[in-house]
Ligand binder design. Sequence first.
Ligand code: RFL
Length: 424
Amino acid sequence: MTEGPEELREPSDSTTVVVIGAGPAGLTVASLLRRSGIDCVILERLTRGRVAQRQRAGIVETRAVRMFDSWGLAEQVLGGAPSDGLMEFRVDGESHLVSDDDGSEGPRARLYPQQVLVQKLTATYLADGGDLRFEAADISLHDLAGDRPTVRYRTADGTLRTITCAFVAGCDGDHGISRATIPDGVLTAHAFDHGIGWLTVLADAPPPARPLLAVSPHGFAAHFARGPHTSRYYLQCPPEARPGAWPDNRVWEALRTRLADPALVPGPITDREVFRLRSVVHEPMQYGRLFLVGDAAHIVSPLGGKGMNLALHDADLFARAVRDSVHGHDDTGLHAYSRRCLRRVWNDQEFSHWLTRTLHDAGDDTHSGPFQRGLARARLDRLFTSRNAARTFAELMTGLDFVPDVEAHDGPGPVARGSAPAGD
Ligand code: RFL
C-alpha cells in the first residue's frame, strides 16, 4: 500500500496483540493476556455504554467458570450464585427436571447475563491498567501475512492512528472486519439454516426458578432469568415474521399457552426481535497472524447456550498460545489453535443442533412431519428415563473435556515467521 502524506504523519503505537472488538471474546483475550504480562490494545467501534447494554446469553457453563478460576479471575468477573444445575423441560405441560451434574469436582455453571460479564470484564481490565479504546472507526488490517501486522483506525475526534503488533485477535463478531479482511479462497464457510425463527422478548417480569424449555403442539417456548427482576422469553415463529406482528397481548397469551402456565405474570416488554436459527463454521480460524476468536469464526443456534461459551473457550486457547509463544518461544499452541478450537466448535454445534431439532420437531410438526416428531419425542423420553443419556447430556452442558486433545496432528504450522501464511 502506498503511504499518503496523511498516513506518514499519523501517530503510531506498538504492542504485542491488537484485539478487535470488546465483546466476551475480546475482553477475555485481553484480560488473560494481561494476566500473562503481555501487552495488548483493544479497539471497539461502539461506546462503552452501548457495549455494556447488549443483552444476549445467560449461562456461563461449568468449563468456562473453571477457566476463569484457573486464571484467578473468577472472583472479579463472575458474580451471582452458582446455579443448582437443573433445567426444566416442560412437555405438553408435564415437568421433567434435567441436571448438568456430571459428577466432577469444582465450581459449577453460573446463571449470569452476558452484559454483566462484559461489564465486569471491562471494569477489571481497565482497573488493571488495560488499554481499551472505544469508538474506534474505520479499522483496517494490513500485512497480516508478514511478521509485523499493522492496524489502522480513526479515533472519535477523527485522528488516524496506526498500531503495529505481533498478532491480531479478530474478536469482532459475525459482522466485523477481521474475517472480511481475509483474502477470498482462504476460508471455507459451513452454514446451516434451521428454517426456524424465534421471537425473543425481554421483559421486566419475574424470572423462572430455573431455565425452562417448553414443548407443545403450539410450538416451542422458553423462559430464562436475565436478572432478579428481568426475564428473557423465546417463542418459535416463522423466520420471516415481523416483531410488530407480536403485540404485548399476543406475546403473553402465546407464552401462557406454550408454557402451560395460565398464571404467568407479565411485565413491561423492553425489547422484542425476531431472528433466524442458523449455524455457521468458518475454517480455518486463522490467516497469518490474524486469529479469529468467538462469533467472528462461528455462530451456534442458541439452544444449549454454547455461543458465548465457545467464545470464552477460543479466548483461553488463544491467550495460552500467545503466552507460550512470547514467553517460551513455543509456537505449538498457535499452530494448533484453529484445529483445537474447531474440535470443540463442531462438538458444540452437534449438541446445539441435536437440541434444536429435538425441541422443535417434538412440538409443532408442521415442518418436520409426524415421523420426525416421533423420533424427537423418543429422544426426550430417553433423556428423561436413561441414566446414561442424562449423563451424556450433563457432560455436554458442562462443556468439560471428555475427549483428550490429540497432539499427534500438531505439526509445524502457519504462523508467519518471515514466510507466507497458510491455514491450519
Ligand atoms: P460479540 O458479542 O458480537 O462482540 C463483538 C464485538 O466486536 C465489536 N465490533 C467491532 N469493533 C471494532 N470494529 C469493528 N468493525 C467491529 N465490528 C464489531 C462489536 O461492537 C462487539 O462489541 O462477539 P463475541 O465476543 O465473539 O461473543 C459471542 C457472543 O456474543 C455470542 O456467541 C452469544 O451472545 C450467543 N448467544 C448465546 N450464547 C450463549 O453461550 N448462551 C446463550 O444463552 C446465548 N443466547 C445468543 C443468545 C445470541 C443471541 N443473538 C445475538 C441472536 C441469544 C441471542 C438472542
